[in-house]
Ligand binder design. Structure first.
Ligand code: DAH
Length: 356
C-alpha cells in the first residue's frame, strides 16, 4: 500500500517531537482520530481486493499500534521531565535548622495566681470574682470603713468621675480584694470558702509600690470557725507554696473588717543576702487577717449570731518575688521582654500543689 512508510516516518517524528499534552493530542487526532490519516486509510481497505487487504490491513494496524506506542512513550518522557523539574524546583533541605518562632510565656503573676488557687482549691476554696471598678459601699462601707473612717485615707484611692451635679459618692478602683468578700457572701450565703485573686489599685509609686498590683483574698465562714483554723490553713498554704514546712507568727494588729486582727509573718532567714523561707529565726510579714467583723458578715447578709468566719488578704506580686527571687516589684509591670523571658514560665509548667 502506498504511503505507509511516509506516514510512519511523519507521525513517529511528530510524536517524538511533541512538546506537551496538547501537541500529543494533536498528533493523535491527525493520525488516529476519526478523520485522521490512518483512519481514512483504514476505510479504503473495503475497496481493495482481498489480496491487497491481506497486506495493507496488518500493515495499517501495525502502524496504528506503533504510533500509539510512540505517543505513550513520548507522554511518559514528558511526564518524567516535568517531575524532574518539580523535584529540582521544590527541593527541601530537611537538615536545615527550623526558623525560630517567637514564643509567649506565662507572667510570674499569672503563674503564682494559678499556684495559689490550686493550693487553696485543694483545701476546698473556690475562686470568687468582683469588679475592679467598685462602688464606694463595697470597697469601704460594707467592710466597716465608714466615710469618716481615717483608714480610708490610707488607701490612696483612685476615684472615678461623676457627672457635674451628681453628688453620689464616686465609684473607685478597688483598693483591695476585700470587697469580693461581701459579693461572695451575697451570692453564695453561708457556709462558704472562697479565695479572690485579682488586681487592685492605689495611688502609690516607689521602689516597692506600683499603682496597680495583685492581691489574693481568702474567706471561710462556718458555724464553728476560729483563729486556729486560720492558722492551720495559712501554714498549709505557705508550706505547699514554698515546698517546705513554713511556720507562721501572728501579731496583733488592726483592720476595720476583722476583730481580732492579726498580721502574719512567715519564718525565714537571710543567708549571704539570700532569703530562705521556712528556716532560721527571722520573720517576714506577708499578710493581714483576722476573724470577720460581725458588721461585715451582716453587710454580706449573713447572721453573725449564727456564723463566724476568718479572712485574710495578701499580695500576689510579693509572693512571686519571695518564691522566685525577683528583686524589683516595678519590673513586673514594665513589659520588658528580656525580663519576661527570664522570669516567665513555659506554657506547660504546671503549678506546684504539693509540698516538696
Ligand atoms: N484588705 C487589706 C489590705 O488591702 C488586707 C486584709 C487584711 C484583708 C485583713 C483581709 C483581712 O481579709 O482580714 O491591706
Amino acid at each position: 500500500m502506498d504511503g505507509i512508510e511516509e506516514l510512519r516516518a511523519k507521525y513517529l517524528a511528530e510524536a517524538g517531537a511533541a512538546s506537551g499534552a496538547d501537541a500529543l493530542e494533536g498528533v493523535r487526532l491527525a493520525a488516529l482520530g476519526k478523520k485522521g490519516e490512518i483512519s481514512l486509510k483504514m476505510r479504503e481497505l473495503g475497496k481493495m481486493t482481498s489480496e491487497e487487504r491481506q497486506i495493507a490491513g496488518p500493515a495499517l494496524n501495525g502502524l496504528k499500534s506503533e504510533i500509539d506506542a510512540a505517543l505513550k512513550a513520548r507522554k511518559l518522557a514528558l511526564d518524567d521531565a516535568a517531575l524532574d523539574e518539580r523535584l529540582k524546583a521544590e527541593w527541601l533541605d530537611i537538615t536545615l535548622p527550623g526558623r525560630p518562632r517567637p514564643q509567649g510565656g506565662i507572667h510570674p503573676v499569672s503563674q503564682v495566681t494559678e499556684e495559689c488557687s490550686a493550693i487553696f482549691a485543694d483545701m476546698g476554696f473556690r475562686v470568687a470574682e468582683g469588679p475592679q471598678i467598685e462602688t464606694d459601699w463595697y470597697n469601704f462601707d460594707a467592710l466597716n470603713l465608714a466615710p469618716e473612717h481615717p483608714a480610708r485615707q490610707e488607701h490612696d484611692t483612685f476615684f472615678m468621675r461623676r457627672a457635674p451635679g451628681d453628688d453620689r459618692p464616686p465609684h473607685v478602683l478597688r483598693t483591695h480584694t476585700s470587697p469580693v468578700q461581701i459579693r461572695a457572701m451575697q451570692d453564695q450565703g453561708a457556709p462558704i470558702r472562697v479565695i479572690a485573686p485579682g488586681r487592685v489599685y492605689r495611688m502609690d509609686m516607689d521602689l516597692t509600690h506600683t499603682p496597680m498590683f495583685h492581691q489574693i483574698e481568702g474567706m471561710a465562714i462556718d458555724r464553728d470557725i476560729s483563729m486556729a483554723n486560720l492558722k492551720w490553713v495559712l501554714e498549709e498554704f505557705f508550706s505547699a507554696y514554698f515546698g517546705t514546712q513554713v511556720r507562721t507568727r501572728f501579731r496583733a494588729s488592726h483592720f476595720p473588717f476583722t476583730e481580732p486582727s492579726a498580721e502574719v509573718d512567715i519564718q525565714c532567714s537571710w543567708v549571704d543576702g539570700q532569703l530562705r523561707v521556712g528556716e532560721g529565726d527571722g520573720w517576714m510579714e506577708v499578710l493581714g487577717s483576722g476573724m470577720m467583723h460581725p458588721k461585715v458578715l451582716a453587710a454580706g447578709g449573713i447572721d453573725p449570731d449564727q456564723w463566724q468566719g476568718f479572712a485574710f488578704g495578701m499580695g500576689i506580686d510579693r509572693m512571686a518575688m519571695l518564691k522566685y527571687g525577683i528583686p524589683d516589684l516595678r519590673a513586673f509591670f514594665e513589659s520588658d521582654l528580656r525580663w519576661l523571658r527570664h522570669y516567665g514560665f513555659g506554657a506547660l509548667s504546671a503549678p506546684t500543689v504539693h509540698a516538696g
